[in-house]
Design a protein around this ligand. Structure first.
Ligand code: NAP
Length: 253
């Protein structure tokens, strides 16, 4: 028998339960994304938190100061070159890709009398195309992970069923319905790789996006919403993705 090579790297298999999981969260500088980052960091996950403007992401930096496993990267999700560079930088296994970044667009510019095409393109790019582009870029890292999950934060406003009494916000609603379909098709594509896709709705949450929508009714706080979303991500186990509210209920398509 040949004697072992003393220069050969020693490979030790780390048991699954001892691997520190990693989550990548887009749009983590404010709103629901910031709270998702805070809760995953507090649970001792490795968090790759992204923000368009890192210098302005002071709330996120304050979390990073307390939790060294949280790192912050610049990312505009509509920039494919930046997505590729980020995937090249973070080659470690990625357990959860959490596509949280979302753009409402000015409600007036997507009213029936305006239908601004530039706003349409930006809303569709951010909410529907970018989650797919991120999934493509990080696929090897997701496949190499233990949990193998791709999540999109959708909206109850994506539901075709719940349209009876509420018009307006055309682009935003179309983009979230498109994101749902992208994720259903992605699930079918990636099932044999053991990848689980989730389509999660955070509820009506008190954030800048909600205020821009003109909503004046009751709203949840980001803590309750993010807690529910994280619980739902943990419970995803092999089922076809449905639109699932933070509370666990399904929203009809
Ligand atoms: N709040 C609700 O009631 C509600 C309901 C249903 C679904 N949602 C969804 O929940 C998610 C989080 O929204 P939120 O309510 O927390 O709103 P928010 O406070 O307005 O946060 C939106 C986040 O998305 C980021 N973002 C927007 N466009 C981006 C781009 N091109 N590249 C990278 N980041 C971008 C924003 O970054 P900047 O700070 O740089 O703008 C911000 O971090 C969104 O997908 C939204 O559609 C929210």
């Amino acid at each position: 028998m040949p004697s072992p090579d003393p220069e050969a790297p020693v490979r030790v298999a780390i048991p699954k339960e001892l691997v520190v999981p990693t989550v990548l969260i887009t749009g983590a500088n404010r709103g629901i994304g910031l709270e998702l980052a805070r809760q995953y960091a507090a649970a001792d996950w490795r968090v790759i938190a992204t923000a368009r403007d890192v210098a302005a992401a002071t709330d996120l930096a304050a979390i990073a100061a307390k939790h060294p496993k949280l790192s912050i990267d610049a990312l505009d999700v509509t920039d494919n070159t930046a997505i590729a560079a980020l995937a090249n930088k973070h080659r470690e296994p990625l357990d959860v890709l959490l596509n949280n970044a979302g753009w409402l667009g000015d409600p007036k510019q997507q009213g029936i009398s305006e239908l601004d095409i530039a706003v349409f393109e930006n809303v569709m790019h951010t909410n529907a195309y970018a989650p797919l582009a991120l999934a493509r870029a990080f696929l090897p890292q997701i496949e190499a992970s233990v949990q193998k999950k791709i999540i999109v934060i959708t909206s109850g406003l994506s539901s075709l069923t719940n349209t009876r009494n509420f018009g307006s916000l055309y682009f935003y609603r179309m983009s979230k319905a498109a994101a749902n379909m992208a994720m259903r098709a992605l699930q079918a594509d990636l099932r044999t790789k053991g990848i689980q896709v989730g389509i999660l709705a955070p509820g009506v949450v008190d954030t800048r996006l909600l205020r821009q929508s003109g909503w004046t009714g009751e709203a949840l706080d980001t803590v309750s919403s993010a807690t529910g979303v994280i619980r739902n991500i943990a419970n995803l186990k092999g089922q076809d993705p449905q639109i699932q509210l933070y509370s666990g209920e399904s929203v009809p398509w």
